[in-house]
Design a protein around this ligand. Structure first.
Ligand code: COA
Length: 260
């Protein structure tokens, strides 16, 4: 792969499996717009590369897969830019969801907010024992904006999803497995090796059948909620509570919401 990325590491093994690592560990691999742009470029390159037959997506370091959208960048959004930012993230994640070659997320630590949404957009999820999932946006005076309000109910049911989104609570790997948010938890072995094993077995099947299976399974996902999610995300960016939530995070204090 010719591209050089500032925030991503890429390798391709002898089985034609690309390992894509989000590499911003000092910010727990938070997704700023540069990381999102690079993810888009990487998947576009993998799509066109005949040497790539599957992708493993993970985060650098042992603490986080991705700790969410970059809150410093989020704090500058308003109603209009909030909506377009959500739409942009939704498009990149939906392209990953519709990617014609299998994509496994190896969730190696925190998968919060946009990180959980990114993992949910992948076809399969393998979690390490220390994986933690959460959609904590309400703690910032916000809602998930990269498809989380749509994909989480599809994966774990509306009731479970509503609870996670309204409370923003954290869910550890074993619970995530029990509700169907992850396919497998790998405690003692290397999770990337496990993902690779799974992909080697999947890649013995017909490639056109795999691409069609991804398309067919994803056809059942309703898409009418994404536009509404982006609109509501944008609306919240104009509230005082959103300013308070993001500022409180950056100032490392608890938010004091007033409902304005
Ligand atoms: N956006 C921007 N920066 C982030 C970030 C995010 N989503 N998540 C973590 N960081 C940064 C921190 O600001 C900190 O930067 P600093 O060293 O320059 O101060 C660095 O990453 C390490 O994070 P820190 O909070 O010090 O680590 P911790 O171990 O104490 O806590 C978390 C880890 C994941 C619990 C905490 O970072 C957190 O709550 N992150 C935000 C989660 C979130 O709300 N995500 C959803 C966004 S939509």
């Amino acid at each position: 792969m010719a591209e050089k990325f500032k925030n991503l590491l890429t390798t391709i093994d002898d089985y034609h499996i690309a390992l894509l690592t989000i590499n911003r560990p000092d910010k727990l691999n938070a997704l700023n717009s540069e990381v999102l742009d690079e993810l888009k470029q990487a998947f576009n390159a993998f799509r066109d590369d005949e040497n790539v037959k599957a992708v493993i997506l993970t985060g650098a370091g042992d603490k986080a897969f991705v700790a969410g959208a970059d809150i410093l960048e989020l704090s500058n959004l308003n109603k209009k830019t909030g909506k377009t930012t959500a739409q942009k993230g939704q498009k990149i994640f939906s392209d990953i969801e519709m990617f014609p070659k299998p994509v496994i997320a190896v969730v190696n630590g925190y998968a919060l907010g946009g990180g959980a949404e990114l993992a949910m957009a992948c076809h399969l999820r393998i979690a390490t024992g220390n994986a933690v999932f959460s959609l904590p946006e309400v703690s910032l005076g916000l809602i998930p904006g990269y498809g989380g309000t749509q994909r989480l109910p599809a994966l774990i049911g509306r009731g479970n999803a509503m609870e996670l989104i309204l409370t923003g609570r954290q869910m550890k790997a074993e619970e995530a497995k029990s509700v169907g948010l992850v396919n497998k938890v790998v405690v003692d072995d290397d999770a990337v090796t496990e993902a690779r094993k799974m992909l080697i077995s999947i890649l013995k099947k017909g490639p056109i059948a795999l691409a069609h299976a991804i398309k067919a399974v994803n056809s059942s996902i309703p898409d009418n909620g994404y536009e509404r999610e982006a609109e509501l995300f944008g609306d919240l960016c104009d509230t005082s509570d959103f300013q308070e939530g993001t500022t409180a995070f950056l100032e490392k204090r608890k938010p004091d919401f007033t409902g304005n």
